[in-house]
Design a protein around this ligand. Structure first.
Ligand code: HEM
Length: 433
């Protein structure tokens, strides 16, 4: 692990310090975090004595995440995404080891943003290791980025076996869980732990993320992808300057949950890492133009959004401007990202549940885009809508105000099955057999 790239200088704000510690990781990141909190140990709420009482859905996070003053589900602040590779083909012993290690975490730390939330998902490559194919009730095709996107970007496919997503408001908690699972810590939050998963699943890639009002502005200086002059608004939770994740534009957890078959109660996860290139976004567009591209030209004209989206309660209203989209393309030379995507709803209902967060991995401003949906094919349909190819006829190619396409570069793409909790430890392709 690289040493922490800071020495606790007074200019570094507490939240910058914590975010950097999570990005750095390892025992040194954890020690720095605890030190900053004036703690020897985590001192977080403890977990359950019987992990069997936790929800069957690994992705059941909404009930324990706080709701903001408008009624939207908030996201946890700190995130780590670990790509994992199996050291050997799964055996009953390795399966038991993974399950025991995860249950130890659930006993030691509360399931929630004050403790930790996590999901463990598996790629098609993992299921390809088995003779038997993945059960037909799960729609998890091999990751195959849409050609129009790969023409614009250099994309790496996640062909490891699994991904562990850890999330918490407490930066020390995500780091302590990671160290417990993959390092040699023998206590977590004051509880004894015996099992690690490191010998079974090896970390091959570590990505990090964060979200929250003020955090992107705090971190913008000197970052690749953000022009000079610190243009990210102070209150914005995301680098592009707007709130996201309004309740009415998010699928419910029920809508994204697999309804039948041996993986009933599970979901599928799409994960892509995006780099942002916001020079033109901030230097050549004024706020009104940014609103038009992110939401719709009508939102810009009506001043409907506010500085960072504070005027929107639980809905963007994007679905009310879907019919005007061709008119906007022709007459305004712009279509909005949210406007385009609202057209991909199913009978008026969003089909993907977005849990995306900012990242500064590699010192580049970016987004870890994570979404849950019942089927990967549904995600693909929504992602195709984002390309807005039907607007090329109006001169709106990918480098024009066709939503926000111009500002994003895809870097990594992966698909996962997030099984229900009972099958989360190295599942068979058909756990019923
Ligand atoms: C840098 C990248 C991105 C940024 C900054 C971004 C930002 C936003 C914002 C601000 C909204 C409106 C607020 C809301 O409805 O929550 C939104 C809506 C949405 N975005 Fe994105 N987004 C990005 C990438 C993506 C990607 C890769 C997808 C994948 C398909 C996506 C899918 C959606 C969907 C489905 C909606 C909701 C549309 C509806 O109302 O039904 N976004 N996004």
């Amino acid at each position: 692990m690289v040493p922490l790239p800071f020495d606790g200088s007074p200019e570094l704000s507490r939240r910058q310090f914590m975010r950097r510690a999570v990005a750095t990781g390892g025992a040194s990141g954890l020690a720095a975090c605890l030190d900053k909190q004036d703690r020897q140990t985590l001192d977080a709420p403890t977990g359950v004595s019987d992990p069997g009482t936790l929800p069957d859905r690994q992705h059941a996070w909404n009930d324990v995440l706080p709701v903001d003053s408008d009624g939207n589900v908030s996201r946890a602040t700190h995130h780590v995404f670990l790509s994992l590779s199996l050291s050997n083909d799964p055996t009953p012993e390795s399966r038991q080891r993974v399950e025991t290690a995860l249950q130890e975490i659930e006993r030691a730390l509360e399931w929630g943003p004050d403790g930790v939330l996590f999901t463990l998902g598996y790629t098609p490559a993992y299921f390809d290791r088995h003779e038997l194919g993945l059960h037909e009730s799960v729609d998890l095709p091999d990751p195959d980025p849409i050609t129009a996107i790969t023409a614009e970007s250099q994309v790496e496919i996640d062909d490891t076996d699994a991904m562990l997503h850890l999330a918490s408001d407490n930066p020390a908690a995500v780091l302590a869980v990671e160290e417990t699972l993959f390092g040699d810590k023998d206590t977590l939050n004051g509880e004894a732990v015996e099992q690690t998963i490191g010998p079974v699943l090896e970390r091959t890639n570590r990505r990090t993320g964060f979200v929250g009002a003020g955090l992107p502005a705090d971190r913008q200086a000197g970052l690749d992808g953000i022009p000079d002059g610190q243009p990210v608004p102070e209150e914005a939770p995301f680098f592009m300057g707007f709130r996201s994740g309004f309740r009415e534009s998010q699928a419910t957890e029920d809508r994204v949950t697999i309804q039948a078959g041996p993986f009933e109660g599970g979901t599928t996860q799409h994960f892509e890492s995006i780099e942002l290139d916001l020079e033109i976004w901030f230097d050549d567009n004024d706020h009104e133009q940014r609103v038009a591209r992110m939401f719709s030209p009508d939102h810009a004209e009506d001043g409907a959004v506010g500085a960072v989206g504070e005027q929107l309660g639980t809905t963007t209203g994007a679905k009310n401007v879907t019919d005007e989209i061709h008119e906007h393309a022709r007459d305004d030379g712009t279509v909005g990202h949210a406007q385009k995507l609202a057209r991909a709803r199913d009978d008026g209902e969003p089909v993907i549940l977005r849990r995306d967060v900012n990242t500064t991995d590699g010192d580049v401003a970016g987004l870890q885009f994570l979404s849950l949906q019942r089927e990967i094919t549904e995600f693909r349909r929504v992602r195709e809508a984002m390309l807005g190819e039907q607007f090329h006829q109006y001169g709106l190619g990918p480098r024009q105000p066709n939503g926000i396409l111009q500002y994003i570069r895809l870097r990594n793409w992966g698909s996962y099955l997030v099984p229900p909790r009972q099958h989360r430890a190295l599942p068979q392709p058909d756990p019923a057999h």
